[in-house]
Design a protein around this ligand. Sequence first.
Ligand SMILES: *Cc1c(COP(=O)(O)O)cnc(C)c1O
Length: 369
Amino acid sequence: MPEAKETVLEINLGNLAHNYRYLRSKIDKEVKFLSVVKAHAYGSDSVAIAKKLEELGTDYFAVAYVEEGVRLRENGITKPILVLHPQYTHFEQIIENCLEPNLYSEKTLRSFISIAEKLNQKNYPVHIKLNTGLNRLGFDQPEISKVKELIANTSTLKIASVFSHLAASEDWQERDFTVGQIDLFRKMSWELIQDLDHEPLLHICNTSGLINYPKAAFSMVRTGIGLYGYGNDKTVDPYLKPVVTLKTIISQIRKLDKGATVGYNRAYKIEKPSKIATLPVGHADGINRIYGKEKAGVIVNGKYAPIVGNVCMDIIMIDVTGIDCEEGDEVIIFGGPQHPVKFAEAGGTISYELITGIQRRVTRKIIPE
Ligand SMILES: *Cc1c(COP(=O)(O)O)cnc(C)c1O
């Protein structure tokens, strides 16, 4: 019998708990655990995920943008929230919502200080980002003395943490580069904090960092993708459980004979008597056109059915010839019997892009632990 009423992204909080406990077990007890819940918790539901992670004992959260942090505060999340990529125009809102900014440039540091002064802040927790080779956000080594000077001359803020981000922690061929980043971070962070009267947290590891370089956990790790069930490595994936499963149902089934074509641009040509099913999900839901033309497939009653022809905005067609199925039957696009990484790879992409790309019009269904 059909379970799903439409296209649904199931969010399994038991799997999240499993992944949290697995990743936590990889690091010492004293090391703090920051959970990255940006981009709707990697395309799922940031409020449900953050609530569960708070219950599980996470120490910190991170989001990319201010609105993402505000949403968590409005929904009762109380743990500290690091905003990874704020603009100076957001600093008032950051302070009003008890969010903690990443200050990554002289401009952000100076403008945060002046806004914190205006709002009469004392020792407001901030995070200083160091660039160790990703060349994305952060202070370079020659700027550290300037950062120290600016911070020494204000009582408005307090460095809660100093951090950096690895460029290729999942790639063993870049091992030397990664070790170099870790060494540079050790040096730069020491230079920055040595004269402070308190000890900020230090962190550089993302998921693959903590799995591949656990000795570089410093005092906190920042995990995103691992919490959602992906290890960026075929040997790590079996220890983790994908949190989301994308399901839909069969809207219509039709039989077609040789010579017929399916979908826009007549992209699929029927060569033998076939059974084609239509599903209510398309590129506007996050199943991009790249998955069409038999590049990827879905699971119908335990069997693989290729996506045929062009992916439409709201619809895909699949070939279910030889598969016992009816209109209304459940279809699994990814998750469960079809590992999302396998689906993502069929489209030439990675887990991160696949799961964050599932659009908000797809119903989210929370499955409690
Ligand atoms: C997104 C992000 C992370 C999380 O990385 P994962 O590979 O998903 O664990 C950590 N740190 C920063 C700065 C990020 O932007």
